[in-house]
Ligand binder design. Sequence first.
Ligand code: ADP
Ligand code: MG
Ligand code: MG
Length: 214
Amino acid sequence: ADSRAYAAHCLLALDTTAVLLGNSERLLGDMDAIAGDGDHGRGMVRGSAAALDAATAAFERGAGAGSLLAAAGDAWADKAGGTSGVLWGAGLRAFGEQIGDTETPTPDVLAQSVRAFADRIASLGKAEIGDKTMMDALLPFASSLEDRISSGAAAEDAWAAAAADATTAAASTAALRPLKGRARPLAEKSIGTPDPGATSLAMVFTAVGPHFTS
Ligand code: ADP
Ligand code: MG
Ligand code: MG
């Protein structure tokens, strides 16, 4: 595929993300209301919708994949509000910068771009595994993708399997007590419910795989 075609796949990934989060607003908000402030669904909807608008404008200007994703990240961070919006926006920009204005990336470049997304969020949010945040789904995703790609799996298969691992990891956060973010003061109430940010991350990564690996 040429670079224009891959930019179109990235635009579709953002469209899929915005639709998915629009349909999940209530679920994510209710989950965040248990120990947090209940706005996770709203924030993710606003962020992903702004990202899609910015990506659409970038595509119409002829932007390549990486530039399109970086512009989408800036809009997400700007419009979402909340901790998760800043982190998702910055991560998406880093993903775009790493992937570049490319044709379909090699599996190695794709894995490196996911790692750049994770590294940017880690350096801003400073959350570690077990703190009950989105990192509890994101770090297993990034590691699983790298392992499978370095073992020679096709990108689409590696991504799907990594997304299944992230989904399992997100569900497993139910047992944890939050050590970062707004849910920390009501940590006890959070036990038994998965982290909303880990849940939304696993959902989005599951849905976008076919687009990023096309
Ligand atoms: P806010 O907490 O500002 O209301 P959201 O409700 O949109 O923002 O997002 C909450 C989610 O953000 C949490 O469920 C968690 O996954 C994630 N989060 C919070 N703090 C951090 C952090 N320091 N690093 C990574 N993720 C974090
Ligand atoms: Mg919140
Ligand atoms: Mg909030």
